[in-house]
Structure formats: C-alpha cells, structure tokens
Design a protein around this ligand. Structure first.
Ligand SMILES: [Ca+2]
Ligand SMILES: [Ca+2]
Length: 109
C-alpha cells in the first residue's frame, strides 16, 4: 500500500505487450480515505509480441527489421502502429524489442 496526501493525483500504468490499458487516470484522495486501484488490462486479439512485419510469427525477419530500425534504417515495409511490436511500452522499436525477438528466435522465451 502506498500512502499519498489528499488531493488530485495522476496514476500512470505500465504497459505490457498485447494488452491495452489507459495511459493514466486521475484520482481524488480525501482525508482518511483508502482507495484500492486495480488497472484493467484488456487483451488485444491476435497479438504476437515482437511481430514487426505483422505475419503472425516472430522470426529472423523480425530480428533483421528490428536491427535495421535500431541502427537508423527505417525499412519501407515497417508500418508504425502495429500494436504487437512494442515490448517495453515506450512506443519505439529499440534494443529491448531486438533482444526480445532474438530470445524468441533462440527459443529462450
Ligand atoms: Ca513476423
Ligand atoms: Ca519499445
């Protein structure tokens, strides 16, 4: 449990791949009030984390695309807005996504 002073507070939630959740909510805490908040994670249908080229599998093609993006090359076949891509919730394809994809390809995940 976290104790916070009374007032208006904004809670931000961590995102996890293939689930939708509001970025943040505003709450009002009154003196002596206890409030329990459980974020509602909604599964996104047909979601494959790390699937950059959106072919429903995670393989070396995705790793190569991630590597191209990380190194500054933006391949024309990559379409932003694929909700499957972002692993760590920063709305970017970076090293975390590349490592995740390589782990999947190496069957470590
Ligand atoms: Ca793929
Ligand atoms: Ca990311």
């Amino acid at each position: 449990m976290i104790k916070v002073p009374e007032g208006i507070h904004t809670l931000a939630f961590s995102r996890i791949p293939c689930y939708s959740i509001p970025d943040s909510v505003n709450i009002v805490i009154r003196e002596g009030e206890t409030l329990e908040i459980t974020p509602e994670y909604t599964p996104i249908q047909d979601c494959t984390p790390g699937d950059i080229n959106n072919d429903d599998t995670v393989d070396l093609k995705d790793a190569i695309l991630a590597l191209k993006i990380v190194t500054g090359y933006n391949p024309s076949e990559f379409e932003y807005g694929n909700t499957d891509v972002d692993i760590n919730g920063d709305d970017r394809v970076g090293m975390d996504e590349l490592l995740y994809i390589l782990e999947v390809v190496a069957e470590q995940r």
